[in-house]
Each structure stands twice: as structure tokens, then as C-alpha cells.
Design a protein around this ligand. Structure first.
Ligand code: HEM
Ligand SMILES: *[C@@H]1O[C@H](CO)[C@@H](O)[C@H](O)[C@H]1NC(C)=O
Ligand SMILES: *[C@@H]1O[C@H](CO)[C@@H](O)[C@H](O)[C@H]1NC(C)=O
Ligand SMILES: *[C@@H]1O[C@H](CO)[C@@H](O)[C@H](O)[C@H]1NC(C)=O
Ligand SMILES: *[C@@H]1O[C@H](CO)[C@@H](O)[C@H](O)[C@H]1NC(C)=O
Ligand SMILES: *[C@@H]1O[C@H](CO)[C@@H](O)[C@H](O)[C@H]1NC(C)=O
Ligand SMILES: *[C@@H]1O[C@H](CO)[C@@H](O)[C@H](O)[C@H]1NC(C)=O
Length: 328
């Protein structure tokens, strides 16, 4: 009796572990035999791209985010075509870095043809971009396959926007299995990169019909600087750094900025200043502003979680030859 209990317990453990494995099919060594030079090939392309334009690190990080939130991390954002995600509201004239992804894919194809997915290239590119900008490193999980369809409506519905409040942003993260910690840590990506007037000009002159700038934008130097950059009826594609202290450095200034009322986007500043933040995100912003190490370690953890959103694995999807089109 006792022995048979032990045996069924052993089976229970074995089967539970197999189930766990089936649920987390991505692995760090997925290409170690089929494309042993993969990491070096990607690193070289990213290093060159960032040397040419520092901002590219930010743009590549954002591409992975905008890929994963729509139909999972399946490189659907890379598909060309008028009905693609590229032309959805959050991406049109804003998401960028597609040529760099092409150059990475070309380098990878010439070394190991038909093996590495575009979705995995986006995940490695995001990791390298953060690392080369001075941020944390993490082991990137691999084994995703590429999707067969883009989803423009999905991109419009699933991606958070700069005018949304904490509750709405949180709902969009929860819809893909991410929580409040992930909302705040991943928003810290705005420690690098740029935003256009179109995404924050509403805060500068007549915010919510108050005939005044957003009262949570506390830094007068930023108010006047941004007003000059984005005059009423001005060019809405003008850019400003998301982090005015250290534009291209991946550090914790983003959170120190929020505490001082120096967030560029409304969706940044509400994480600290809004009523909703008091019981949700504010304490996490305060923690990261004082403790850069906890930001770095939570950011790395959240990036792995984000990279695990609904990957296609096994024989689902395909390995695209060209990241812009599905194989014929
Ligand atoms: C929390 C909700 C978020 C909102 C509402 C949001 C919104 C935005 C907006 C409006 C811009 C400026 C786009 C433009 O003007 O062209 C931007 C830029 C950027 N976002 Fe976010 N974002 C969010 C979360 C994230 C996350 C989770 C990441 C990555 C992990 C990220 C990474 C970036 C980066 C790196 C840039 C700069 C891109 C560049 O310079 O090319 N954002 N975001
Ligand atoms: C994308 O932006 C261009 C202008 O750059 C505009 O002509 C086009 O209509 C936009 N596409 C969509 C789907 O909104
Ligand atoms: C597009 O995305 C929406 C929102 O996530 C989803 O409901 C829909 O099923 C997706 N459509 C396709 C074709 O994947
Ligand atoms: C939040 O989402 C609701 C439901 O979609 C919408 O009606 C409301 O306008 C949103 N509020 C903000 C500030 O985004
Ligand atoms: C979010 O999930 C992580 C695990 O991925 C966990 O450590 C963290 O405590 C969670 N945060 C909240 C606010 O539930
Ligand atoms: C400010 O916005 C409100 C509400 O949208 C509007 O009624 C008012 O005319 C605006 N003021 C100016 C000076 O444009
Ligand atoms: C950020 O920049 C402002 C204005 O230049 C400065 O007062 C502040 O000390 C800086 N903060 C950090 C953390 O470097």
C-alpha cells in the first residue's frame, strides 16, 4: 500500500513536471546547435545600428513590446501591407527600426538559413538594446515562431495610449497576463527614446479645458521648453527625449523624473501623480526612484514575462524567410 502510494506520487511529480515543461516551451539554448553564432551576429548588427543612431536602441525595444501585445510575440508587427499593424494608430509614423531588423535577419540567414524566427530576433534585439544602453541583462528565452497574419484592429485595441489613465493601462497589461509591477517596471523603458508632440501637446496649453498646462507637469523649464517645441498648430512630429536627464542612457532617472513632475507623457506622470496611482502604482514608482537595483531586476523579470506572451511554438506558424512577408 505504502509503496504504491509512493509510486503514484512519483508519477504525479513526473507528470506535473512534464506539464510545466509543455507550458514553458521557450528555452535559452534553442538555437545552440542550429545557429551557434546567433547571439554574436545579432549583437554586431545592433552595435552598428546604435553607433549610427543612438535612438535605435529605444526603437528596437519598443518594437518587441508592440509585437508582443498584439497576437503574442509572433513578429506580426513586421508584416508589410496596408492592413498591417505598422499602420495602426500607435505605430503609424512612430514605430521604427524595421530596416535594422532586416539587416539582422539577412546576417542571420547567411549564416544559418531558415532556422531563426523574426519574433526571436525582436526579443534578442530588445535585450541587446537595453544592455548596450547601460541597462540590466537577462537571458532571453527563444523558440518562438512567426505568425501568418497581422492584426491592425488588435494593435489599435490592445496597445496602451498616452492619454489613458492608470486603470485603463493596467487592464491592457492584465489582458496579456502582466500585472501592476510589470506596468511600472516596463514603463521605465521610457528612460530612453523620444516622443513626438502629437503624444503630449495636449498637456501644454489648455489641458482638459483648464486653459493652463497640466498641473502635474511641475518643472517650469520643461513646460516652456515643450511649449516652444510644440506650439499650437505646430509640427506634431517634432521629437523630445522621454527622459530629459539622460536621453540615451538606460537608468532610473525616468522614475526620479516622475517624482519631480517631469514625466513627458500623461501616461507616464499619472503613474505617480494621479488619484488612481495612490493605491496602485505610486509606491512602485517611489521604490524604483530610490532603488535603481530593484528597477533593473524587476525590469529584466518583466521583459522575460512580456516575451512569453502567447508565443507560437512547435509546428505552429513558420520561420519567415523575409521578416516583412509570410512565406509563399
Ligand atoms: C504603459 C503604457 C505605455 C504607453 C501609453 C506608451 C506610449 C508611448 C508613446 C506615445 C511613445 C512616443 C511615440 C511617438 O511619439 O512616436 C512611446 C515611446 C517609447 N516607448 Fe512606450 N508606452 C508604454 C509602454 C512602453 C513599454 C512597456 C515599452 C517597452 C518595454 C515602451 C517603450 C518605448 C520606447 C523605448 C519608446 C521610444 C521609442 C523611440 O524613440 O523610437 N513603452 N511610448
Ligand atoms: C498613416 O500615416 C499616413 C501619413 O503619414 C497617412 O496618410 C495614413 O492615412 C495613415 N494610415 C492610417 C491607417 O491611419
Ligand atoms: C486581433 O486582435 C483582437 C484583440 O486581441 C482579437 O480579439 C482578434 O481575435 C485578433 N484577430 C486575429 C485575426 O488574430
Ligand atoms: C478608459 O476606458 C474606458 C472604456 O474603454 C473609456 O470609456 C475611457 O474613456 C477610458 N479613459 C481614459 C482616460 O483613457
Ligand atoms: C507581479 O508578478 C511578479 C511575478 O512575475 C510578482 O513577483 C509580483 O509580486 C507581482 N506584482 C503584483 C503587484 O502582484
Ligand atoms: C480650452 O478648452 C476648452 C474645452 O475644450 C474650450 O472650451 C476652450 O475654448 C479652450 N480655450 C482656448 C483658449 O482655446
Ligand atoms: C535632472 O535634471 C535636472 C535639470 O537639469 C536637475 O536639476 C536634476 O538634478 C537632474 N536629476 C538627476 C537625477 O540627475
Amino acid at each position: 500500500m505504502k509503496t504504491s502510494n509512493h509510486i503514484s506520487f512519483a508519477w504525479f511529480i513526473t507528470i506535473s513536471m512534464l506539464c510545466l515543461l509543455a507550458n514553458s516551451q521557450l528555452t535559452t539554448n534553442f538555437y545552440s546547435n542550429s545557429c551557434p553564432n546567433l547571439f554574436a551576429l545579432v549583437r554586431k548588427q545592433i552595435t552598428n545600428a546604435i553607433k549610427t543612431e543612438t535612438r535605435m536602441a529605444a526603437s528596437l525595444l519598443r518594437l518587441h513590446f508592440h509585437d508582443c501585445f498584439v497576437n503574442g510575440c509572433d513578429a506580426s508587427i513586421l508584416l508589410d501591407g496596408a492592413d498591417g499593424e505598422k499602420f495602426a494608430l500607435p505605430n503609424n509614423n512612430s514605430a521604427r527600426g524595421y530596416e535594422v531588423v532586416d539587416s539582422i535577419k539577412n546576417a542571420v540567414e547567411s549564416s544559418c538559413s531558415g532556422v531563426v524566427s523574426c519574433a526571436d530576433i525582436l526579443a534578442i534585439a530588445a535585450r541587446d538594446s537595453v544592455l548596450l544602453s547601460g541597462g540590466p541583462r537577462w537571458d532571453v528565452l527563444l523558440g518562438r515562431r512567426d505568425g501568418l497574419v497581422a492584426n491592425q484592429t488588435g494593435a489599435n485595441v490592445m496597445l496602451p495610449g498616452p492619454f489613458e489613465n492608470v486603470g485603463n493601462i493596467t487592464l491592457k497589461f492584465e489582458a496579456v497576463g502582466l500585472n501592476l509591477t510589470d506596468v511600472v517596471s516596463l514603463s521605465g523603458a521610457h528612460t530612453i527614446g523620444r516622443a513626438s508632440c502629437a503624444t503630449f501637446a495636449n498637456r501644454l496649453f489648455n489641458f482638459s479645458g483648464t486653459n493652463a498646462p497640466d498641473s502635474t507637469l511641475l518643472d517650469p523649464n520643461m513646460v516652456s521648453g515643450l511649449q516652444n517645441l510644440c506650439p499650437v498648430n505646430g509640427d506634431s512630429s517634432q521629437l523630445t527625449p522621454l527622459d530629459w536627464n539622460s536621453t540615451d542612457l538606460f537608468d532610473s532617472h525616468y522614475f526620479q523624473n516622475l517624482v519631480k513632475g517631469r514625466g513627458v507623457l500623461e501616461s507616464d506622470q499619472v503613474l505617480y501623480s494621479s488619484d488612481q496611482a495612490a493605491s496602485t502604482t505610486r509606491s512602485i514608482v517611489e521604490l524604483y526612484s530610490k532603488n535603481p537595483k530593484s528597477f533593473f531586476s524587476d525590469f529584466a523579470n518583466s521583459m522575460v514575462k512580456m516575451g512569453n506572451i502567447q508565443p507560437l511554438t512547435g509546428s505552429a506558424g513558420e520561420i519567415r524567410k523575409n521578416c516583412r512577408v509570410v512565406n509563399s
